[in-house]
Design a protein around this ligand. Structure first.
Ligand SMILES: Cc1cc2nc3c(=O)[nH]c(=O)nc-3n(C[C@H](O)[C@H](O)[C@H](O)COP(=O)(O)O)c2cc1C
Length: 319
């Protein structure tokens, strides 16, 4: 089975990708958080930094684009190909955020099938590299998916990543496996599953139902347990020492990239929302981590947590 790390804005940037790859491995492909196209502006410094080859050595990386403008998309793809050497990009048709959807991008684009079709026609006609699509199954209702899939099937989509929820679900409710089954039957290109695979058991259940789907994309599960991909490929479970090393690399990386304790702490605290699920008896320590105001306080709280807690054999991971 192939495992892709799902793009997560603010989380799966190059620092996280490098730390995960160095400490655990098991991920076959990484995706950048979405890069928004602009008519006049180029990529910003953060986006450029994230895709530079020197920041992604040994990491098979696919830049993800979010847009509703074909010309801007073509321009950005050409730049990614010619200036940065990428041979594949991914199009985001899944972001459910209100501001993105209001602009008709991400999952918002799914509400405009005619425009989407025209956009895809123009883009696939002009680009010289592969483009995969990451999509939800509609804006309001899973019934929208049939028409969307008909549209995708008209183009040389290199892979279709399906997160079988509609936009208005955000991350609530269960992913719709019936809709995913429909995608497996009807899609002309290879289909990749994404959604709520948090543990080895979740993946086993998925494989039982979809034995012929050979690729999954995992987001929150891999943030929570960064060894999950390795484990799914028959490697060992997450261990305390390597988690410590992983955490150290993240902290070091963010300290180098960001200025001021506040920004670094914000990043690390966001990650602990996911990490904490892997440990037992964390309440007291998590409170300290969340309340920490300086890096010194933070590091002490993390040290205490890692000294006094155990990694759970069978964590209950729900988000
Ligand atoms: C904080 C956060 C940021 C995300 N950012 C992106 C993004 O930049 N691009 C994208 O396609 N999906 C994004 N997603 C969605 C994930 O890629 C993924 O589809 C979703 O988390 C479901 O997969 P999971 O259940 O394995 O986490 C984001 C999700 C979260 C929770």
């Amino acid at each position: 089975m192939k495992i892709y790390l799902a793009p997560m804005e603010g989380i799966t940037g190059y620092i996280f990708r490098n730390a995960l790859s160095q400490c655990f491995g098991g991920v076959d492909r990484y995706f950048t958080p979405f890069i928004t196209t602009h008519t006049k502006k180029a990529m910003n410094a953060r986006e450029t930094n994230d895709i530079l080859s020197e920041h992604n050595s040994g990491i098979p990386l696919v830049p993800q684009i979010i847009s509703k403008d074909a010309d801007d998309t073509i321009k950005l793809i050409e730049k990614l190909e010619k200036e940065y050497g990428y041979q594949e990009v991914n199009l985001n048709l899944g972001c459910p955020s209100g501001t993105v959807v209001a602009k008709g991008r991400g999952a918002g684009f799914l509400a405009h099938p005619k425009e989407l079709q025209m956009y895809l026609e123009q883009v696939y006609d002009k680009i010289g590299i592969a483009m995969s699509i990451k999509t939800r199954i509609g804006l309001e209702d899973a019934g929208e998916f049939r028409q969307l899939l008909e549209i995708f099937n008209q183009f040389p989509v290199s892979e279709l990543m399906v997160h079988p929820r509609v936009q208005k679900d955000f991350y609530k409710n269960k992913p719709d496996w019936e809709a995913f089954s429909y995608a497996c039957q009807e899609s002309r290109c290879n289909v990749v599953y994404n959604g709520n695979l948090f543990t080895k058991e979740d993946v086993a259940e998925f494989q039982k139902r979809f034995p012929s789907c050979d690729t999954v994309m995992i987001g929150r599960g891999l943030i929570s347990n960064p060894a999950l991909a390795r484990e799914l490929k028959g490697g060992k479970r997450l261990e305390m020492e390597e988690f410590q090393e992983f955490h150290g690399l993240l902290l070091q990386g963010y300290a180098k990239e960001l200025s001021g304790d506040k920004n670094i702490l914000f990043k690390m605290k966001e990650l602990w929302f996911y990490f904490e699920k892997q440990f037992d008896h964390t309440d007291k320590h998590m409170k300290k981590i969340k309340k920490s105001q300086s890096l010194m306080e933070y590091e002490l709280a993390v040290k205490q947590l890692l000294n006094e807690s155990q990694i759970l054999e069978q964590p209950t991971v729900l988000f």
